[in-house]
Write a protein that binds this ligand. Structure first.
Ligand code: BG6
Length: 487
């Protein structure tokens, strides 16, 4: 079913996110016939463009970066409009309201609207207030949804106060806090894999699982986002949101039904069960790192401090690795080792479930481990490894595996994360968006790390192109384990 006709207002329309992610996502949804029968996309930012200039600019960006069809692109561009506006000046929103009124006639939008905040975070509180000042939060004539990009807050206190500010103007059911990891097919698949198969769920607990690894490694550095990243760091940029969401999908209980409330109730329960970090955890179970310049296979990689927009004495972490626990009946005592970093050897996001060894090693101490590797990206799929008898004399075992790769599915029409989430928002489905209590639970867990990382001596260097600081290896070695090094 297609979403109802609506207008989409993108604040921050001249920015990178709009060009790189949002407009391509809308284009692909349109080309696949998934957008409403009629709609209008209104870009808003300070820079002055005419509608035509905005269309031309986006059209060339789409032609350059995406696979497009000229006729479809022409039709799509007829839905694009632009309005220059000082987004923090409520008086100027009169013109925005007028344009939305016009779309009711020209695009039959029925007063339905999505407001997408793709702006610097400092405007996340102001824009809703300005919208409300003109009644653009009022659902008497059509629904009004607000999409808020991450980071939602800078720490626990600012997240709470941002929430209050937005809640003064919009109700929770209107607020869609985006975490694009939840839009990834393979992250959603964690739920189906766990709760649609009778085979895995009985083993999915502390009785059978030894430990869990979650890795999100990136080969790239901060690229041209140094200005933003230097004030954020890996803990705020990746760990507080994407990684803790993935962890919640691995750790949560089965929802009673597949709907936004049931699923998000379970997500928040597991997040509220993260074992609070003690001084000892911070000192011994957390490693923060920053990449330094290095030469990898004849290529020179700059250090983080040499990146554009980064302070040359920056103490911002580009790597975080930690051991954490979920304190509940299912997971008590099972360590979750979680790591993410930039300028690591490869780009991969995966969850590895390590099952316990058999109680008595009849085939010797070196029998292979049972592992389940859930590859979130790239090469999305699942791999299970186990031991089999080596053919020949004796009873030696060897590790073998069974795997499934998403690209083998015949009817492969995977939506990108942004496509899926934009579509869900237009359909009023908040299942894959972070609810206020979940965001708060994550900040609450992460806050001690934010305080700890303020102390400069808590940062270790690692050569760009390697798997992070050696202290992160020691984190597992101290437990007689080691990280999996995915390729
Ligand atoms: C973003 C972060 O949210 O996620 C980036 O701000 C990071 O720093 C990106 O590179 C990773 O997303 P993906 O989908 O490429 O894993």
């Amino acid at each position: 079913v297609k979403p109802e006709n609506n207008a989409i207002v993108i604040f921050g329309a001249s920015g990178d996110l709009t060009h790189r992610k949002l407009i391509p996502a809308f284009y692909h949804l349109y080309a696949n016939g998934l957008l409403p029968e009629d709609f209008a996309i209104l870009g808003v930012s300070r820079t002055v463009y005419s509608d035509q200039e905005f269309r031309d600019k986006l059209r060339s960006a789409l032609e350059e970066n995406e696979k497009t069809d000229a006729a479809i692109l022409t039709e799509f561009c007829e839905h694009l409009y632009y309005q220059a506006l000082n987004t923090s000046d409520a008086d100027q929103y009169t013109v925005l309201k007028q344009r939305l009124d016009i779309f009711k006639d020209t695009h039959h939008t029925q007063g339905n609207a999505v407001f997408y905040l793709a702006t610097p975070p400092s405007l996340y509180g102001v824009i809703p207030e300005c919208l409300a000042a003109h009644g653009l939060n009022d659902e008497a004539d059509g629904w009004k949804n607000l999409i808020v990009e991450k980071p939602f807050g800078y720490d626990l206190e600012s997240a709470i106060s941002l929430d209050k500010q937005i809640h003064a103007c919009f109700q929770e059911h209107q607020i869609y806090r985006i975490d694009h990891y939840l839009g990834k097919e393979t992250v959603q698949n964690l739920l189906v894999f766990r709760f649609a198969n009778g085979m895995f769920e009985p083993l999915w607990n502390r009785n059978f699982i030894d430990y869990v690894e979650i890795t999100a490694s990136e080969a790239l550095g901060v690229e041209d986002r140094g200005g933003y990243y230097d004030g954020a760091g890996a803990v705020r940029d990746m760990f507080q949101n994407h990684l803790l969401q993935v962890l919640a999908m691995v750790g949560m209980e089965s929802p009673a039904a597949i709907n936004a409330d049931s699923i998000r109730d379970e997500v928040v329960k597991v997040m509220q069960s993260f074992k609070p970090l003690s001084e000892d955890d911070l000192t011994n179970h957390l490693v923060l790192g920053q990449y330094t310049e290095s030469d990898v296979r004849g290529k020179h990689l700059p250090g983080y401090r040499q990146e554009h927009g980064v302070d040359d004495e920056s103490r911002t972490e580009t790597y975080v690795g930690m051991k954490m626990f979920i304190e509940n009946w299912r997971w008590n005592g099972v360590p979750f080792y979680v790591r993410t970093g930039k300028r690591l050897p490869t780009r991969v996001t995966e969850v590895v479930i390590h099952f316990k060894k058999t109680p008595h090693p009849v085939f010797g101490a070196n029998a292979p481990e049972n592992k389940l590797i859930i590859r979130i990206q790239p090469d999305e799929g699942i791999l299970m490894s186990f031991g089999l008898k080596k053919p020949g004399a004796g009873f030696e075992s060897q590790e073998v595996s069974m795997d499934f790769h998403y690209d083998k599915l015949e009817s492969m029409n995977m939506l990108t994360a942004y496509e899926r989430l934009l579509l869900d928002c237009m359909k009023q489905d908040a299942t894959l968006f972070a609810r206020t209590d979940a965001v708060r639970a994550c900040w609450k867990f992460v806050q001690p790390i934010l305080d700890y990382k303020e102390q400069p001596e808590h940062l270790f260097g690692y050569a760009a192109g390697t798997w992070g600081p050696k202290e992160a290896d020691e984190l597992l070695m101290n437990d007689s384990r080691q990280w999996r090094f995915p390729c």
